[in-house]
Every structure is written in structure tokens, then in C-alpha cells.
Design a binder for this molecule. Sequence first.
Ligand code: XMP
Length: 512
Amino acid sequence: MEKILVLDFGGQYDQLIARRVRDLHVYAEIKAYNRITLREIAEEGYQGIIFTGGPNSVYDPSSPHYDPAILDAGIPVLGICYGCQLMAFMAGGTVSDAGDSGEYGKTSVAVSDRENVLMRNVPESSVCWMSHKDFISTLPDGFRCIAYTDKCPVAAMCDEERALFGVQFHPEVTHTEYGQRIFANFLFGICGCAGDYRVENYAASLIEKYRRELAGKKVLLALSGGVDSSVAAALLHAAIGNDLICVFVDHGLLRKGEGDMVEHTFKGRFGMNLIRVNAQDRFLKKLAGITDPETKRKTIGEEFIRVFEEEAKKIGHVNVLAQGTIYPDIIESGKGDSAVIKSHHNVGGLPDVISFDEIAEPLKELFKDEVRMAGTALGLPQELVWRQPFPGPGLGVRVIGEITEEKLAILKEADAVFREEVDKLTPEKRPAQYFAVLTDTRSVGVMGDFRTYGYTVALRAVNTDDFMSAEWSRLPYEVLERASSRITNEVPGVSRVVYDISSKPPATVEWE
Ligand code: XMP
């Protein structure tokens, strides 16, 4: 498979660069600059290399550098921002500090050489996204300038002889109007890629690989019903059938009907070797009397591990423990010199207590949307593939205060009604995440001639791309009206419904 190396110098957009390249059907992988040698790069047979941005100044001796021989390795390179400056610096050019006149945000860029392959079909003038203070003040020998801005004499450069290209702006950011065209020009016009990467084919090749590697081995997977572990289960099941044992711990803190849906899908439809552990009573007992959110989370996490461990012990020694780790879990970007790859275990602590020989993480090269595509290709139901993010501690952190069976039942019903009403919107109008919270506030109400004293349900809906920040969603009043009216009428014990209009920050998405 043809592939591109994204050499990470600590930029904040390195994942985005890899995403953009994969969107063009070329496989891209990110490696920290201090984790791969030039020799290894040559052995891997990359079609091209992209140097990422980074927060440093190349003339600072402590900033990340690379063996300059990379420029003569015969592999095309595209440098972005810091990566462009680094290329100029390594090739003998000069990079200077612009003092107070850096460029940040949308900037008009003029292409001075449209014959150049990198700028093919990029108009003479367009908008790009800039974020830099340093700039290339003298081009290295063999390079020429191919674009500029008002403040930046070298907004793009090239040495066509050696297939070395650099852009001071960020083509990976959507604000750069012709960013994707520039990537396409680099990949197809310069690196000679064919664009043959497809998630479905990749998933098929993984199935083949695991069929070979895991033949005759017993594999254990903790299935949560979330997207990642579900897709990992479907993929491994396609590879090794019933040698895959899935343990699904139902802690009773899932949404209405979710436990049954998981069982129905994996055991019923796929015929998987699935063990469902109904542990609701156990969890409720452990959680009795606990009101502090952190203690709740910890208790749920620990109990989960204990239940899983007990089931695993019944199964005995397994050869492989499989996990639904995905690509963003294992890349830690933006760390410059301290860039490290962390092994992220979805179910913390498990490897210490379960007897197994090796770990398999079949999705560890895939981004979230690619995981969803793979899930669809593997025949998983859409409601599972497009499932909203859901906290590990589940409804445990959406029942404020002590968790009881009665409160959980109220929340499940209210949440189901709210989601049903929001789901009537067309998919593009639906918020990124929407759910109900059972507050610990009770208030007076009236039903017929009777005074009631019931719980207050809070509805929460947010719009966000990354969940790091989020805006409360401006849901249509009719949706809120229907949800409120149905919840107060259909869910006994609720006398009031409120809508959460706080954004993150300062609030968080979840209440606990
Ligand atoms: P917060 O509340 O931190 O949530 O703004 C951001 C996103 O993360 C989800 N979330 C969790 N996901 N385990 C998870 O897997 C957790 O403990 C957890 N807590 C919050 C939350 O639903 C939102 O999408």
C-alpha cells in the first residue's frame, strides 16, 4: 500500500494533515521526528514526506531538527509552516524573526508561479491560513519562491530538481481555500500516488491479517457497545469467528434498551460468542450512598474491572486480549521534543489482572470516522455506528447525587423521550450530543387537582466538532416543547423540565 509519512515536529494540526491526506485516498501515518531514523524512513518506502508545523524557531538550537540528508533521500517532501522553515534552514537558507509583524489567521496569498506543480489550478489570489512569526528571509540555493503575501516574501517555495516543496501557510486548515488542491498536487502530481487507499479494503486486509495471525488462538474482548469496541468485535469476528469471546458487562447504567440492542446485534445477528453479564444489582449496591461525582466514577470503573476479571477467570487463559484503541488514542501530538507515543488502554488496569500473552488493537491505525466507515462496511447497524459519545460511567454521571434504581428508571425514560424527539430532526440539524440529566432538585407541580412534588429533568444538547469546547444547541422551540410535554406527562416522578443553556467552557458537556 502506498503511504505518506507525516513527520511530526510538534505542530497542533498533525492529525488534521494525516486526515486530509487519507481523505484523498492515500494512507498517511504520523511519526514523531525523534522516533524514526532516516534509515527507517528509507526502508519503509514512503511515497512522500510532510514536515508538520511546530511551535519553535528553527534558529533556536534546542528546537526540533532532522538529519539534513533527508532532503537528498530521493523522497518528495512538503514542508508546512515550521516544516517549511526547517527545510529552508537545513538547505542553507535564512529564517528570521518578524518581530511584531507575524501573520495569524486568514491571509490573502498571491501565487507568483502558476506553472509549478504544487500550485497547479490554484488561482493567482486566494485565502490561506497563516500562523507564524518567523519567516524565510533568504531562500537556499536551488529554491525559488512560488507564492507570497503582503508580509511574507516566501509563502511557498520549491526546488523541483529534488522534489522539495514548502508552504508557510497551513493547507490542512479548511480556511485555506485551495489547501486540498495543494495536497492533491503534492500527492498525485509530485509523489506519483495513485490514491488507492479505501477504508473498506483496509478493513478487509486487516481481517486477512488477523485470520492468519490469530488462527487457533483464543481472543478476549471487552465489548461496551460503544463504536470502537463494537467495530473491533465485528472485525475480529469476521477474521476468527467464535475464537473471539466478547464479554459485555451490563452495569445497568446504559440508556434505555441499549443492553438488549448490543446482545441482539452481536449474539442474535452476528451469532457471536458473547457473554452478557447482568450486573446492575451489583453496581447499585456498590454505589449506594455515594454522591460525590469522582467517587462515583471511580467506583463504577473499579467494579467494571472486577466483574470483567471474574468473567475472564472463568474463561481461563486466553492468548490475546483485544482492545478497541483507535489512532487518536495513541498519537500524542503537539509535544515537540517530548513527543511520546502512549499506549492507551481503553479498559485501564486490565492487562495486569487477566492472563494473556499478547494484545491486539485492530483499529489502532484508524481515525474515528474511518472506524465508522469500517463498521458500516462490516454490516453493523447505523444506530451503533453513529452512536453519540457516551461516558464510560454511563448514566451514573447523569443522575446527580445518589444513584438509585428508581432514579435510573426515571432518567432512562426521560432520556429516551428527549432523544426520540430530537431524532425527528434531519441528521444535519441534530446536535453533536443530546441527552437528559436527572437533577437532585425536586419542585412542586400540579396534576389535575393534586399537588405533586417531583424531580427536575434537565435537557442538554451541544454542538461541537471535538468536544473540547461546545456550544449549547439552539434547538427549535417545538422540539423542546414536545419533549417537555411528553416527559412531564409520560414519565411518572417528573414535575419540571429545564433546558441547559451553558456552553463549554466554562461548563462541561456532562453535569458530573
Ligand atoms: P465533558 O463533560 O468533559 O465531556 O465536557 C466531553 C465529552 O466526553 C464525554 N465523556 C466521557 N467519555 N468516559 C468517556 O468515555 C468518561 O468518563 C467521560 N466523561 C465525559 C462526554 O459525554 C462528552 O462527549
